[in-house]
Design a protein around this ligand. Structure first.
Ligand SMILES: *Cc1c(COP(=O)(O)O)cnc(C)c1O
Length: 408
């Protein structure tokens, strides 16, 4: 019965062009990758615009070296959870580095490392959002924040995307003791920024706290890559910051930086912190090297190159869209490395991704429920490791496909 039922559900997804297929990388994460497909097993070279490795650090020699050194010093695994015996000096040193890095924006903060960003979010909302609390969450927040909100005992209100005005009215009427506003800093499927200065001002006016998920801003935005808070020049003890370490930082893991009492509450009560094995200390060791790189002149150069590529891609795509208005393509209004090209139907997005792949380009089609119905898109992500020629190759292929797809 289970298998029949699952088979039925899977066929429904297939009929709605929602089927997902994994590809297997045969070489490290980089713009030029060898990839094989599950269906035909054939291996091919693809130019990839799909990773979140925004600075091109995932395959950086200094991090590979640091990971090896970390393994030689700390072995392969941590052996236990942080509260039993898995918390190493490598983890503690990483947390001290992260707290110092974020301190300009969250004075007096401490940092706590997690195995993944998903788990950090599953720690934050249920721990801080108990039955005395209300959580106010942007409707376009990442899936991990949505799940975390459902796990929390707090009342949950999801506000329309970036609608500070509607949020203000609800905050003013809210009578629970604890109020938590939670938002992605850079929205993962649109690339746009949350109005963090307005949200922080609201938090201050209404005795609320602002939880910021900066998965796509940490390492990329702001002075020295300190992230979205630095980008907006914000500083407040009311900020609770979640950064991930598997995207721009190029390794894996995540952290929360916040007031020491918030950190202590997570250590004492967060189930996704307590009941899981600590990440291998070698990862923490490598992450310290990554953090140093992010803050260095090399980090600055990689961020500047990334910004240059974003501007170049946008200018080229806007010109293509202007020449082919009948296609109904839209470029999202994004200043970040996430540049979605919205094409509408699931089949249009999947067809375009397949046509690009046939030309040696790897750009993922993103469909509902990850994005709203009829806003299926190509999610183009750029990396500091891309060259101008890489971007040109993608735009030339899209230009060709737009010409082919346009009504004559
Ligand atoms: C990727 C992502 C996460 C999850 O982080 P992982 O470390 O990959 O688990 C959380 N929030 C946002 C906005 C993300 O994009």
């Amino acid at each position: 019965m289970l298998l029949e039922h699952l088979n039925h559900r899977l066929r429904e997804r297939e009929a709605a062009a929602l089927q997902r297929r994994r590809r297997t990388a045969e070489s490290p994460c980089a713009p030029h990758q060898r990839v094989s497909r599950v269906d035909d097993g054939a291996e091919r070279a693809l130019l990839a615009f799909c990773s979140n490795d925004y600075l091109g650090l995932a395959n950086h020699p200094a991090l590979i070296e640091a990971l090896g050194e970390g393994a030689r010093r700390w072995g392969a695994g941590s052996g236990a959870s942080h509260l039993v015996s898995g918390h190493s000096r490598a983890h503690a040193a990483l947390e001290a580095d992260l707290a110092a890095f974020l301190a300009p924006n969250i004075p007096g903060c401490e940092a706590l490392s997690f195995c993944t960003g998903y788990m950090a979010n599953l720690a934050l909302l249920p721990t801080l959002g108990d039955a005395q609390a209300t959580i106010f969450a942007d409707k376009l927040n990442h899936a991990s924040l949505i799940d975390a909100g459902l796990l929390a005992e707090a009342k949950l209100w999801r506000y329309p995307h970036n609608r500070v005005d509607l949020l203000e009215a609800r905050l003013a009427a809210c009578t629970t003791q604890v109020k938590l506003i939670v938002t992605d800093a850079v929205f993962s499927m649109d690339g746009d920024l949350a109005p963090l200065p307005d949200l922080l001002a609201l938090a201050e006016r209404h005795d609320a706290w602002l939880i910021v998920d900066d998965a796509h801003g940490f390492g990329v935005l702001g002075d020295r890559g300190r992230g979205a808070l630095a980008h907006f020049g914000l500083a407040s003890e009311r900020l609770i910051y979640m950064g991930t370490l598997g995207k721009a930082a190029g390794v894996g893991g995540a952290f929360v930086a916040a007031h020491p009492l918030v950190i202590d509450a997570l250590v004492q009560m967060a189930r996704s912190y307590i009941y899981t094995t600590a990440s291998p200390p070698a990862l923490a060791h490598a992450l310290r090297a990554s953090l140093a790189l992010i803050q260095s002149g090399e980090g600055d150069r990689r961020r500047a190159h990334l910004q240059h590529l974003v501007a170049r891609l946008r200018a080229r795509l806007q010109a293509i869209i202007a020449r082919h208005p009948a296609l109904g393509w839209q470029l999202a209004d994004s200043p970040t490395a996430i540049q979605p090209l919205i094409v509408g139907s699931n089949s249009a997005a999947v067809g375009l991704a397949a046509a690009l792949e046939a030309r040696g380009l790897w750009v993922p089609a993103i469909r509902p429920p990850t994005v709203p119905a009829n806003s299926a898109r190509l999610r183009i992500t750029l990396s500091g490791a891309h060259t101008d020629q890489d971007v040109e190759q993608l735009c030339a292929a899209l230009d060709e496909l737009a010409t082919e797809g346009s009504p004559a």
